[in-house]
Design a protein around this ligand. Structure first.
Ligand SMILES: Cc1ncc(COP(=O)(O)O)c(C=O)c1O
Length: 401
């Protein structure tokens, strides 16, 4: 059997049709989109075509689409850019940011820096054991100086889908109240939609967000490409300065082949969304149903219903995640334990810790993130080879960690 890839939340392969769309822009149509000559204009036209395609999918204006180098940069730009922009406009410190304990490190390490070096106040909201943010608790956390709220669309480790529309409603009410009171400080809503893009609705108007991050390599596009949607009128300052590209929000010569690939991949994901979501959800549900029949002491993590169609995440008692990963890899199956983005670190996952699981349980975390090319046969193969691995590992640890 050819190797089985169950780690699509870490990255996806580039779709071959996307590669075709990118190819002309490496060697033939290689112009710099800022150049005035015909080489540049050819690249510029392609770039603006890609921007239009992305804007149509997000249901926004073209000028609201900023191309970046990926999810990490988009999150950094969103958070730092907004609060720096507000400072530049004369809003006074200390301003307050609300986020959650289960965000990706691209958000959490940025807010930590804003707190430690720049003196911003940050509230890290707790989530419940299913990973869900409570919009009432979020409402209670809003203070007079709250300027930015950042809540992810869907979690990358357990797949829980957060109640963005409810949160948008809370923010809208706060805005109305501030208007009545004559408070000048804006309050912005950012979401990290990196894991949601392949399967969930990306209409920014329906979601009610002001700023949204996407990453190309999570939806069969190229690595090193991303988008930051910035609603018109949002105060945001460039964090990468230079020649004033991307409406002065993100300087640097645009990665035209990458952007062409990102737009083509996003279009493909949009066109195939319904079909792919229902296909991976039925594989996910099959796995969630069957695994506890084959292995004892298994617990599903994340929300039972409000979850991404492609993520099945578990805690397996009495074994260690890394050993599980290596043993499955030897059988040709790629999975992840905790977040692949933090692999290499022996620190237990901050997401699972925030879901209030004891450390010894977190050590046995397993994430299977499916993609459109996975099949039922592959899940069956996993269900066949995994139980003996669990048995072997439990015998080694004596079931105690
Ligand atoms: C939720 C989330 N946000 C941000 C990122 C970072 O994206 P990128 O790899 O494009 O920098 C990831 C990557 O796994 C992610 O899962």
């Amino acid at each position: 059997m050819k190797p089985i890839y169950f780690d699509h939340s870490a990255t996806t392969p580039l779709d071959k049709s996307v590669l075709k769309d990118m190819e002309p822009f490496f060697c033939d149509k290689f112009g710099n989109a800022s150049s005035l000559h015909s080489f540049g204009q050819e690249a510029k036209a392609a770039l603006e075509g890609a921007r239009m395609q992305v804007a149509n999918i997000l249901n926004c204006q073209e000028k609201e689409v900023v191309f970046t180098s990926g999810g990490t940069e988009s999150n950094n730009l969103a958070l730092r850019g907004v609060v720096f922009g507000l400072l530049k406009k004369g809003h006074k410190k200390p301003m307050h940011i609300i986020t959650t304990k289960i965000e990706h490190h691209a958000v959490l390490h940025t807010t930590e820096q804003l707190e430690e070096i720049f003196g911003f106040q940050v509230t890290y909201l707790d989530v419940d054991q299913n990973g869900l943010v409570d919009s009432k608790k979020l409402k209670d956390a809003i203070k007079e100086n709250t300027a930015l709220i950042s809540v992810m669309y869907a979690n990358n480790e357990v797949g829980t889908v957060e109640p963005l529309s409810e949160i948008a409603e809370v923010i809208k009410k706060t805005r109305d109240e501030r208007k009545e009171k004559g408070v000048k400080l804006p309050i912005y809503f950012h979401t990290d939609a990196v894991q949601a893009a392949s399967y969930l609705d990306l209409d920014v108007k329906k979601l009610g967000v002001d700023i949204m991050s996407l990453s190309g390599h999570k939806f069969y596009g190229p690595k090193g490409t991303g988008v930051l949607y910035v609603r018109k009128g949002t105060i945001i300052e460039a964090t990468q300065t230079g020649g004033g590209h991307e409406e002065n929000i993100r300087s640097g010569t645009e990665n035209v082949p990458g952007i062409m690939g990102l737009a083509a991949a996003l279009q493909l994901a949009e066109d195939e969304k319904k079909e792919n979501a229902s296909k991976v959800a039925s594989l996910r549900d099959y796995l969630i149903r069957e695994l506890p029949k084959k292995v004892s002491d298994v617990r599903l993590t994340g929300h039972p219903v409000r979850r991404l169609p492609n993520i099945a995440s578990f805690l397996i008692d009495g074994i260690e995640g890394e050993s599980m990963l290596i043993n499955l890899d030897l059988k040709g199956i790629a999975i992840s334990t905790g977040s692949a983005c933090s692999s290499g670190s022996l620190e237990p996952s901050h997401v699972l810790k925030s879901l209030h699981f004891p450390l010894e349980k977190i050590h046995g975390s397993l994430r299977i993130s499916l993609g459109k090319e996975n099949t039922k046969e592959e899940i069956d193969y996993f269900l066949e080879v995994f139980p003996p691995i669990v048995e072997k590992l439990r015998n080694i640890t004596g079931g105690i960690l």
